[in-house]
Write a protein that binds this ligand. Sequence first.
Ligand code: GTP
Ligand code: MG
Length: 193
Amino acid sequence: MNFNNTIFLTSYGEKKQFKKSNCKEIVFSGRSNVGKSSLINKLINKKSLARVSSRPGKTSTINLYKVNDYVRLVDLPGYGYAKVSESEKLRWSDLVEGYFNSGPNIVLVIQIIDIRHKPSMDDITMIKFLIERKLKFIIVLTKSDKLNRTQRKECLDNLKDNFPFENIDFIIFSSSSGEGLENLKAVIEESIK
Ligand code: GTP
Ligand code: MG
């Protein structure tokens, strides 16, 4: 699949804006500042179609990108940013749950975790939700360029020890170096068949 002609489609800030679509959707989920928008830009080979945050918690809408007539990318707002107000957190869960309940044709969720950190409570909640909903998902460990070989091993061991799920696939990724990009594209390709 060619991602190079991807265009920005729309942003949803409220549930009532959702429109039904038969497109296959690839969803990008993860805590605030983990690198969701950067990963999307890397995938579609554009510098800044998806807005990259200078400060965490910036993407507060669900942003949709059209890859072609039958595939869309869905950039969810990041969760878990401590400085966000209670009402903003409620708005987040309302919006995100509203999206999952609106009957989208989700073929793959790309759940992103910073390779340097063990999964947060919010990450675990999100993954449990994906399992409950029987959604196909993959874990992408991003920002791998920030680690040397020894640190990478330490972080991976730490992550596996703190990961309360079995038989889950990981892809090690970096938006800076491009590590894992071909691997990720192959998984996406498989999911839209
Ligand atoms: P929100 O939209 O706020 O939830 O953030 P996000 O998950 O979309 O993260 P975003 O892509 O905006 O990246 C956050 C910060 O991390 C930016 O300063 C990026 O440049 C940086 N970043 C993202 N991915 C990588 C990576 O693979 N390597 C390095 N070194 N920095 C990265
Ligand atoms: Mg973002």
